[in-house]
Design a binder for this molecule. Structure first.
Ligand SMILES: [Zn+2]
Length: 225
Protein backbone atom coordinates (compact mmCIF):
# COMPACT_ATOMS: atom_id res chain seq x y z
CA UNK A 1 0.00 0.00 0.00
CA UNK A 2 1.26 3.46 -0.92
CA UNK A 3 2.20 5.50 2.11
CA UNK A 4 0.75 9.00 2.26
CA UNK A 5 3.47 11.55 2.82
CA UNK A 6 3.21 14.36 5.37
CA UNK A 7 2.98 16.86 2.54
CA UNK A 8 0.02 15.02 1.00
CA UNK A 9 -1.76 14.99 4.38
CA UNK A 10 -1.30 18.76 4.64
CA UNK A 11 -2.63 19.13 1.09
CA UNK A 12 -5.76 17.05 1.82
CA UNK A 13 -6.39 18.93 5.10
CA UNK A 14 -6.13 22.11 3.07
CA UNK A 15 -8.95 21.13 0.74
CA UNK A 16 -11.48 19.72 3.24
CA UNK A 17 -12.76 20.84 6.64
CA UNK A 18 -13.02 18.58 9.70
CA UNK A 19 -16.48 17.40 8.51
CA UNK A 20 -14.97 16.19 5.22
CA UNK A 21 -16.55 19.01 3.22
CA UNK A 22 -14.72 20.62 0.33
CA UNK A 23 -13.15 24.03 0.96
CA UNK A 24 -13.07 26.71 -1.73
CA UNK A 25 -11.99 30.33 -2.11
CA UNK A 26 -14.05 33.08 -0.47
CA UNK A 27 -15.26 34.40 -3.82
CA UNK A 28 -15.99 31.05 -5.46
CA UNK A 29 -19.37 29.29 -5.68
CA UNK A 30 -20.49 25.78 -4.76
CA UNK A 31 -24.27 25.49 -4.25
CA UNK A 32 -25.49 23.66 -1.12
CA UNK A 33 -28.73 21.80 -0.34
CA UNK A 34 -31.38 23.05 2.11
CA UNK A 35 -30.31 20.53 4.76
CA UNK A 36 -26.64 21.51 4.37
CA UNK A 37 -27.72 25.12 4.90
CA UNK A 38 -29.56 24.29 8.13
CA UNK A 39 -26.54 22.34 9.44
CA UNK A 40 -24.18 25.16 8.47
CA UNK A 41 -26.24 27.74 10.38
CA UNK A 42 -26.41 25.48 13.48
CA UNK A 43 -22.66 24.89 13.52
CA UNK A 44 -21.97 28.55 12.97
CA UNK A 45 -24.31 29.61 15.77
CA UNK A 46 -22.40 27.36 18.16
CA UNK A 47 -19.07 28.88 17.10
CA UNK A 48 -20.40 32.45 17.36
CA UNK A 49 -21.51 31.68 20.96
CA UNK A 50 -17.91 30.70 21.66
CA UNK A 51 -16.70 33.96 20.15
CA UNK A 52 -19.07 35.96 22.36
CA UNK A 53 -17.79 34.01 25.38
CA UNK A 54 -14.18 34.75 24.49
CA UNK A 55 -15.05 38.43 24.13
CA UNK A 56 -16.69 38.11 27.61
CA UNK A 57 -20.09 39.24 26.38
CA UNK A 58 -22.80 38.04 28.73
CA UNK A 59 -25.76 36.19 27.25
CA UNK A 60 -27.83 37.89 29.95
CA UNK A 61 -27.38 41.12 28.02
CA UNK A 62 -30.80 41.20 26.33
CA UNK A 63 -29.29 42.75 23.21
CA UNK A 64 -26.92 39.83 22.71
CA UNK A 65 -29.03 36.85 23.71
CA UNK A 66 -29.80 35.89 20.12
CA UNK A 67 -26.78 37.43 18.46
CA UNK A 68 -25.01 34.10 17.67
CA UNK A 69 -28.12 32.84 15.83
CA UNK A 70 -28.63 36.18 14.08
CA UNK A 71 -25.01 36.30 12.93
CA UNK A 72 -25.07 32.68 11.75
CA UNK A 73 -28.17 33.26 9.60
CA UNK A 74 -26.85 36.55 8.28
CA UNK A 75 -23.51 35.11 7.12
CA UNK A 76 -25.02 32.07 5.39
CA UNK A 77 -28.19 33.59 3.90
CA UNK A 78 -27.06 37.13 3.14
CA UNK A 79 -23.42 38.17 3.39
CA UNK A 80 -21.99 35.00 1.84
CA UNK A 81 -25.13 33.88 0.00
CA UNK A 82 -23.45 34.10 -3.43
CA UNK A 83 -21.11 31.27 -2.40
CA UNK A 84 -23.94 28.81 -1.85
CA UNK A 85 -26.70 29.45 -4.41
CA UNK A 86 -27.01 28.66 -8.12
CA UNK A 87 -26.33 31.49 -10.60
CA UNK A 88 -29.37 33.67 -11.38
CA UNK A 89 -31.72 32.57 -14.15
CA UNK A 90 -30.79 34.30 -17.41
CA UNK A 91 -32.99 35.71 -20.16
CA UNK A 92 -31.50 36.63 -23.51
CA UNK A 93 -32.97 38.26 -26.56
CA UNK A 94 -31.65 38.18 -30.12
CA UNK A 95 -29.93 41.36 -31.24
CA UNK A 96 -32.48 41.75 -34.05
CA UNK A 97 -31.72 45.35 -34.97
CA UNK A 98 -27.98 44.67 -35.03
CA UNK A 99 -27.40 47.22 -32.26
CA UNK A 100 -23.77 48.24 -32.61
CA UNK A 101 -23.52 50.86 -29.86
CA UNK A 102 -22.92 50.84 -26.15
CA UNK A 103 -25.69 49.51 -23.92
CA UNK A 104 -25.06 50.76 -20.38
CA UNK A 105 -26.54 49.83 -17.03
CA UNK A 106 -25.60 52.30 -14.28
CA UNK A 107 -26.11 52.55 -10.53
CA UNK A 108 -26.16 48.82 -9.84
CA UNK A 109 -25.80 48.29 -6.11
CA UNK A 110 -22.66 46.58 -4.87
CA UNK A 111 -22.92 45.28 -1.30
CA UNK A 112 -20.04 42.97 -0.62
CA UNK A 113 -17.58 42.15 2.14
CA UNK A 114 -13.81 42.34 2.02
CA UNK A 115 -12.02 39.03 2.34
CA UNK A 116 -9.25 40.60 4.40
CA UNK A 117 -11.28 42.11 7.27
CA UNK A 118 -14.89 40.98 6.73
CA UNK A 119 -16.04 44.58 6.61
CA UNK A 120 -18.57 45.88 4.06
CA UNK A 121 -17.62 47.05 0.58
CA UNK A 122 -20.51 49.27 -0.48
CA UNK A 123 -20.87 51.09 -3.77
CA UNK A 124 -22.13 51.14 -7.32
CA UNK A 125 -21.26 49.28 -10.48
CA UNK A 126 -21.66 50.26 -14.12
CA UNK A 127 -21.73 47.64 -16.86
CA UNK A 128 -21.56 48.59 -20.52
CA UNK A 129 -21.34 46.42 -23.61
CA UNK A 130 -21.72 46.40 -27.36
CA UNK A 131 -23.84 43.37 -28.20
CA UNK A 132 -22.90 40.78 -30.79
CA UNK A 133 -25.57 38.12 -31.41
CA UNK A 134 -27.58 38.57 -28.22
CA UNK A 135 -28.62 41.05 -25.56
CA UNK A 136 -29.44 40.39 -21.92
CA UNK A 137 -32.28 41.78 -19.76
CA UNK A 138 -30.92 44.69 -17.70
CA UNK A 139 -32.30 43.35 -14.42
CA UNK A 140 -30.21 40.22 -15.04
CA UNK A 141 -27.03 42.26 -14.97
CA UNK A 142 -27.98 43.52 -11.48
CA UNK A 143 -28.60 39.93 -10.36
CA UNK A 144 -25.19 38.83 -11.67
CA UNK A 145 -23.48 41.70 -9.81
CA UNK A 146 -25.38 40.74 -6.65
CA UNK A 147 -24.47 37.04 -7.01
CA UNK A 148 -20.75 37.82 -7.24
CA UNK A 149 -20.88 40.55 -4.56
CA UNK A 150 -22.41 38.36 -1.87
CA UNK A 151 -19.14 36.61 -1.13
CA UNK A 152 -15.85 37.51 0.50
CA UNK A 153 -14.22 39.67 -2.15
CA UNK A 154 -11.51 42.06 -3.08
CA UNK A 155 -12.84 44.72 -5.44
CA UNK A 156 -10.35 43.97 -8.23
CA UNK A 157 -11.41 40.32 -8.44
CA UNK A 158 -15.11 41.18 -8.17
CA UNK A 159 -14.89 43.29 -11.35
CA UNK A 160 -12.95 40.57 -13.19
CA UNK A 161 -15.42 37.85 -12.16
CA UNK A 162 -18.42 39.89 -13.39
CA UNK A 163 -16.63 40.63 -16.67
CA UNK A 164 -15.59 36.98 -17.22
CA UNK A 165 -19.15 35.80 -16.60
CA UNK A 166 -20.73 38.32 -19.00
CA UNK A 167 -18.04 37.65 -21.59
CA UNK A 168 -18.88 33.95 -21.49
CA UNK A 169 -22.66 34.56 -21.68
CA UNK A 170 -22.80 37.27 -24.34
CA UNK A 171 -19.49 37.19 -26.21
CA UNK A 172 -19.99 40.96 -26.72
CA UNK A 173 -17.90 43.12 -29.06
CA UNK A 174 -16.97 45.35 -26.13
CA UNK A 175 -17.42 45.07 -22.39
CA UNK A 176 -16.70 47.41 -19.48
CA UNK A 177 -17.25 46.88 -15.76
CA UNK A 178 -16.55 49.88 -13.49
CA UNK A 179 -16.99 49.70 -9.72
CA UNK A 180 -16.84 52.64 -7.27
CA UNK A 181 -17.03 51.52 -3.66
CA UNK A 182 -16.30 52.45 -0.07
CA UNK A 183 -14.33 49.96 1.97
CA UNK A 184 -15.39 50.00 5.60
CA UNK A 185 -12.14 48.38 6.68
CA UNK A 186 -10.62 51.75 5.72
CA UNK A 187 -13.34 53.71 7.51
CA UNK A 188 -13.89 51.70 10.71
CA UNK A 189 -10.26 50.76 11.35
CA UNK A 190 -6.72 51.11 10.03
CA UNK A 191 -6.02 54.48 8.43
CA UNK A 192 -9.58 55.71 9.25
CA UNK A 193 -9.94 57.86 6.17
CA UNK A 194 -13.06 59.97 6.03
CA UNK A 195 -15.90 58.31 4.15
CA UNK A 196 -15.62 60.67 1.21
CA UNK A 197 -11.91 60.09 0.79
CA UNK A 198 -11.98 56.35 0.61
CA UNK A 199 -13.76 55.50 -2.60
CA UNK A 200 -11.94 52.90 -4.65
CA UNK A 201 -12.48 52.68 -8.40
CA UNK A 202 -11.68 49.64 -10.50
CA UNK A 203 -12.37 49.17 -14.18
CA UNK A 204 -12.21 46.16 -16.43
CA UNK A 205 -12.29 46.77 -20.18
CA UNK A 206 -12.58 44.05 -22.81
CA UNK A 207 -12.81 43.91 -26.61
CA UNK A 208 -13.24 47.27 -28.43
CA UNK A 209 -13.34 49.11 -25.08
CA UNK A 210 -9.82 47.95 -24.45
CA UNK A 211 -8.47 48.85 -27.92
CA UNK A 212 -10.50 51.89 -28.99
CA UNK A 213 -9.65 55.03 -27.00
CA UNK A 214 -12.50 57.07 -28.53
CA UNK A 215 -15.04 54.43 -27.47
CA UNK A 216 -13.54 54.17 -24.01
CA UNK A 217 -13.82 57.96 -23.56
CA UNK A 218 -17.45 57.82 -24.69
CA UNK A 219 -18.12 55.10 -22.11
CA UNK A 220 -16.43 57.01 -19.28
CA UNK A 221 -18.32 60.22 -20.24
CA UNK A 222 -21.65 58.39 -20.23
CA UNK A 223 -20.92 56.93 -16.77
CA UNK A 224 -20.24 60.39 -15.35
CA UNK A 225 -23.55 61.83 -16.60
ZN1 LIG B 1 -10.45 45.03 4.09
Amino acid sequence: MKKITDNEIIEIADKYNSFGEKLFDANENYPITDSERITMIERLEYKFSEILDILRISRDDPNCANTPHRLAKMYVNEIFSGRFVQPPEMTFFPNRKQVDNLVISKGIQVMSICSHHWQPIAGRCTVGYIPAKRVIGLSKISRIVEWFSRRGQIQEELGEQIADFLQELLAPKALGVVINARHYCMIARGVRGSEEDTIMTTSVMRGYLLKDLRLRNEFINLIDK
